[in-house]
Design a protein around this ligand. Sequence first.
Ligand code: G3P
Length: 218
Amino acid sequence: MKFFIDTANLDQIQEAQDMGILDGVTTNPSLMAKEGITGTDNIMAHYKKICEIVDGDVSAEVISTTYEEMIKEGEALADIHPQIVVKVPMIKDGVKAMKYFSDEGIKTNCTLVFSAGQALLAAKAGATYVSPFIGRLDDISSDGLRLIDEIRMIYDNYGYETEILAASIRNPMHIIDCAKIGADVITSPLASIEALLKHPLTDSGLAKFLEDHKKANA
Ligand code: G3P
């Protein structure tokens, strides 16, 4: 399973990259705004900086909502760097745009996916990635992980190559459950990735090993 980090914060991206476990980055307009990145030129420059930190795919989201505008914006984003994946919302014009990008060999990430039907359409349109938002479904008392399971079954039934990119991860158990189900990718805040490291028996075990070594070598 690939690990992407879901942030536009360069320090956090660098930290995950330095751990050696990072396969890519996802961003969205809210995450860019959170970092104070505004204006087309600054936004484009920020995507380039992210691409220079990581080796893998970097999702850059369009803010257009019509087919023609999405094509123009998506092509400009794709021109920034070969690692850029154009992130497109699951709306009718977005489906059309993803088909266009797919035919042009431009990678896409279909975002704001909340149902199996939407995921099926994304695969039909040739999306490289589909992003079901599991945390936001959990937030409204729906079952985000069940959606990952349904999409996995549908894609396996027909051999769709679209990768399931589980998004809106809220905690380390989401990551573990996605791995059990067979999601291709998770995109997560750094905190949930780092939480996978933690176990009290690791900490107490290490403290005891170091203490015994110190005593024996005093
Ligand atoms: O980037 C898309 C998704 O991961 C957003 O997550 O936490 O805003 O629901 P969240």
